[in-house]
Design a binder for this molecule. Structure first.
Ligand SMILES: C[S@@+](CC[C@H](N)C(=O)[O-])C[C@H]1O[C@@H](n2cnc3c(N)ncnc32)[C@H](O)[C@@H]1O
Length: 200
């Protein structure tokens, strides 16, 4: 059965995200992707960076079915079968250490506990100097950076009051509390950011 899902946002953002990853990630290494969703980022990135072994994951069974179908369709040897990972749980099933942990469009579409779990788990599983790579919309100094992000924030909160566009300062502080240094912020199309941490 073909369970591949297609995310319209991935079609728009995968090229610019890949360009940042290519510059930052090692040529050879292991990457754990959290909240892989459809799996389109996983296969796109793994195809473009064949020296990386890409470990996708998601909490959701339909997402994992889509990821598995994308892997089968693309016939990529460097993408592993998807793992079940809920970042809020203490024991992730992934076998580290990893060179990078990636979470694209996750921390605003989940309760704040997911961000806490993400930094805690990435801290446990990354090498020293390893990268935690986040992508998504952020507030800066308490303010939205664009009306579209403010509208999106309202939409998220109507869906679940625990969801919402996070403030970059809160995420940076969370990183520091978990032994990460903010390494880079990259402005991306459509008022999104890549936020890159390195494990101390
Ligand atoms: C908006 S989708 C993003 C998917 C993909 N990263 C992308 O950009 O296309 C959010 C994803 O976060 C996952 N997710 C939500 N809460 C999670 C949690 N606590 N642990 C792991 N994944 C979670 C959902 O299952 C969903 O696949």
């Amino acid at each position: 059965m073909d369970h591949r899902q297609y995310s319209p946002s991935t079609a728009r953002n995968r090229e610019p995200i890949l360009a940042v990853m290519r510059r930052i990630f090692p040529q050879i290494g292991k990457v754990l992707e959290i909240a892989s969703g459809s799996g389109e980022h996983a296969v796109f990135a793994a195809c473009a960076m064949p020296g990386l072994v890409w470990q996708p994951s998601d909490l959701d069974a339909e997402a994992r079915a889509s990821i598995a179908s994308w892997i089968a369709h693309e016939k990529l040897a460097n993408v592993l079968p998807p793992l079940t990972i809920d970042v809020r749980e203490a024991d992730w099933t992934a076998e580290g250490p990893f060179d990078a942990v990636v979470a694209i469009n996750m921390i605003h579409i989940a309760p704040w506990e997911a961000a806490l779990g993400l930094f805690g788990g990435a801290g446990r599983l990354l090498h020293r100097g390893g990268i935690l790579f986040l992508y998504g919309p952020y507030k800066r100094e308490g303010r939205h950076t664009a009306p579209s992000n403010e509208g999106f924030d309202q939409w998220l909160k109507a869906r679940d009051p625990a969801f919402g566009v996070r403030d970059l300062a809160d995420v940076t502080a969370l990183g520091e509390d978990n032994g990460f240094a903010l390494r880079e912020i990259v402005e991306m199309p459509a008022n999104n950011l890549c936020v890159v941490f390195a494990k101390n």
